[in-house]
Write a new protein. Structure first.
Ligand code: NDP
Ligand code: GDR
Length: 343
């Protein structure tokens, strides 16, 4: 049977990796992108020049998950066999600044897709991009599919709604709708304001004297970081499983932001040392120049202090495991940044 996928959020980090994966698997891929005044498709533009990918299988459409009509009309016109809902205002800190929009896109957006799917064709499979942010102030470690949620941001709360509405539609209409509960995943294509990309990009620039300082927020929160390339494979596997279920996808290892910074600096051959405490904690290079400072504006009103997942269910049922660890992830991100800076 011909496989036709719609990806809402195609212009984002995961949309770009998932598009490539599905195209290589022979799917027709229909990406939905928002209209913007400046170009926002840089992550997927090179799909058109990749000789390994058949161009006539990749289509872009304008749409927005806050616009029911566009969601309904696109599903009606494209007649997909699978829908991946990756569309979201995905920045946790920004969700405190624009909580209503975040809820509209990240919670009601999911409802709009599910409702259209149910009205149009109940055989379409649906993937919802859930997040470890739903665990928030964690009630147990490591977190698995049965761990209760305790979200700590408008973003996390909206994702909890999407998680449960996906389950509710699955149970009410007997559709194939699954949640991925994905822990942080990064890559060279990560947005510039997420902490890993911000750190790697800044330290590479500092090394080549193109930037003087990096400003960050809370460096003591811990995250379970994986590679986006591995995680989009998990999304696809979740929809190929014999029945709809929810899966935690993670590496099972956690590091603080400070440890991440130290690892990047070490790989770049730029030893740093830290001095001070709290907002006065700073990092210095070997010539005692201050290159990293903490700024209050990057702290969040409520923080998720620690996240560490347990992917046993995905390993057992999907035969999924992460192919990358923190080292290969950082190597990949550094190599991309250096190529960009030095070209
Ligand atoms: P990005 O922020 O890189 O991409 C989000 C995508 O959603 C972009 O294509 C963006 O478009 C699009 N989008 C935003 N608002 C709307 C809207 N109203 N209508 C249509 N599209 C919209 O996120 P990631 O690729 O990192 O993540 C993909 C999904 O997975 C998101 O839902 C995120 O919340 C979730 N997630 C991500 C994790 C991670 O660590 N990366 C972990 C767990 C979950 P534009 O380019 O125009 O902004
Ligand atoms: P997160 O990722 O909030 O976990 O959400 P982010 O990289 O933004 O923050 C991770 C941790 O780093 C701390 N931090 C900073 N964060 C940013 N962005 N910028 C800084 O300067 C900075 N300094 C310290 C944060 O406080 C936080 O503790 C990501 C997103 O992709 C979500 O969409 C996704 O659901 C979750 O991962 C899983």
């Amino acid at each position: 049977m011909r496989k036709i996928a719609i990806i809402f959020g195609v212009t984002g980090q995961d949309g770009a990796y998932l598009s490539r994966l599905l195209l290589k698997k022979g799917y027709s891929v229909h990406g939905v992108k928002r209209r913007a005044s400046s170009l926002n498709s840089y992550r997927i533009d090179d799909i058109y020049s990749d000789p390994l990918i058949k161009k006539n299988n990749f289509f872009l459409h304008y749409g927005d998950v806050t616009d029911s009509l566009s969601v309904f009309n696109l599903i009606k016109k494209i007649k997909p066999t699978e829908i991946y809902n990756l569309a979201a205002q995905s920045h946790v800190a920004v969700s405190f600044e624009i909580p209503e929009y975040t809820t509209n896109a990240d919670a009601l957006g999911t409802l709009r897709i599910l409702e259209s799917l149910v009205k149009l064709d109940q055989k379409i499979k649906f993937y919802q991009a859930g997040s470890s942010e739903m665990f928030g102030k964690v009630v147990e470690t490591p977190q698995n599919e049965k761990t209760p949620f305790y979200p700590r941001s408008p973003y996390g709360v909206a994702k909890v709604y999407s998680h449960w509405i996906t389950i509710n539609y699955r149970e009410s209409y007997n559709i194939f709708a699954s949640n991925g509960i994905l822990f942080n995943h990064e890559s060279p294509l990560r947005g510039d304001t997420f902490v890993t990309k911000k750190v790697v990009k800044a330290l590479c620039k500092i090394k080549y004297k193109k930037q003087k300082k990096l400003f960050v927020g809370n460096i003591y929160s811990k995250r379970d970081w994986g590679h986006a390339k591995d995680y989009v494979t998990a999304m696809w596997k979740i929809l190929q499983y014999k029945k709809p279920e929810d899966f935690v996808i993670c590496t099972g290892k956690q590091y603080t932001i400070k440890q991440f910074i130290n690892m990047v600096a070490k790989k770049l051959g730029m030893p740093i040392f830290w001095k001070g405490k709290g907002l006065n904690e700073k990092a210095y290079d070997k010539n005692k120049n201050c290159i990293i400072e903490c700024k209050k504006k990057y702290f969040r009103p409520a923080e998720v202090d620690t996240l560490k997942g347990d992917y046993s269910k995905a390993r057992r049922l999907l035969k999924w495991k992460p192919e990358n660890d923190i080292n290969s992830l950082i190597d990949d991100m550094i190599s991309y940044e250096l190529d960009t800076i030095l070209k």
